[in-house]
Design a protein around this ligand. Sequence first.
Ligand SMILES: C[S@@+](CC[C@H](N)C(=O)[O-])C[C@H]1O[C@@H](n2cnc3c(N)ncnc32)[C@H](O)[C@@H]1O
Length: 273
Amino acid sequence: MTLRELYKIGIESLKCKSDLILLMENVFGIDKLHLITSGNEPVKNVDIFFEYLERVKNGEPIQYVIGETEFLGIKLKVGKGVFIPRQETELLVKIVSDILGDDFSGNIVDLCSGSGAISIYLKRRFESSNVWAIEKSEKAFKFLVENAEANNVELNCVLGDIFEELQKFENETFDLIISNPPYVKTKDIEFLDKNVKFEPKMALDGGDDGLDFYRKIIKFWKEKLKPEALIAFELGINQHSEVFDIMSESEFENIRIFDDFSGIRRIIIGSKS
Ligand SMILES: C[S@@+](CC[C@H](N)C(=O)[O-])C[C@H]1O[C@@H](n2cnc3c(N)ncnc32)[C@H](O)[C@@H]1O
């Protein structure tokens, strides 16, 4: 079969042009231009193409099917058991990086680091910084370590619960604590889109009101911040006021909230007093 014939079949079942092109690029090792200009070429791997197509049709995230994703230009391996980094998190690290400025060098910890998107980006951006990444899920941790190696960055990766690993950091203080923690209310998880439900529950479940991690991170990790150091979180929808209150009650100052591209109050950043 030719690329054009496969495209025609694919678009009927997927409907999403960009997903289909990504799939074809991945299976046939071609780029979009090749697809447009050489559509009449017969191709191999047709069975794999149909297998992948079926998986995406059944709701599996395209990133799991092709085994990778991109985060601010960084290629990351992903698959079952690890959260797929999102555009909102790209915004979080961009805003934080701008605030830190080009000359920043310091001690950073990425809590709940998943595939390593945040920590790998920050280590590449601020090479002389010391970056820690803590992740509880063994499956996700494997992706984290592999992604750090594949991207040639040296992270201090810790497998464990961010609330149980604190004693390991007895002699450590940080210039930045950053986190995109689980923030979905437990009762809302069953109503999430089908493809999100392919992702690990541990990556999503933020407790009864979705705010467990913000409360606990602020309570337990605050003492690990240097004076005037930053804490930065990604937020779920409508969580900004409550997280703002939790932060100001813990005497964080200069608390700033930023909108994402859909106008959702998505990022919150404060400084330790
Ligand atoms: C929403 S995902 C974010 C992953 C990554 N930071 C990103 O933005 O792509 C949350 C991550 O927290 C991890 N996690 C959940 N509870 C944890 C805990 N108590 N300690 C450490 N990691 C935890 C999950 O396994 C998951 O990888």
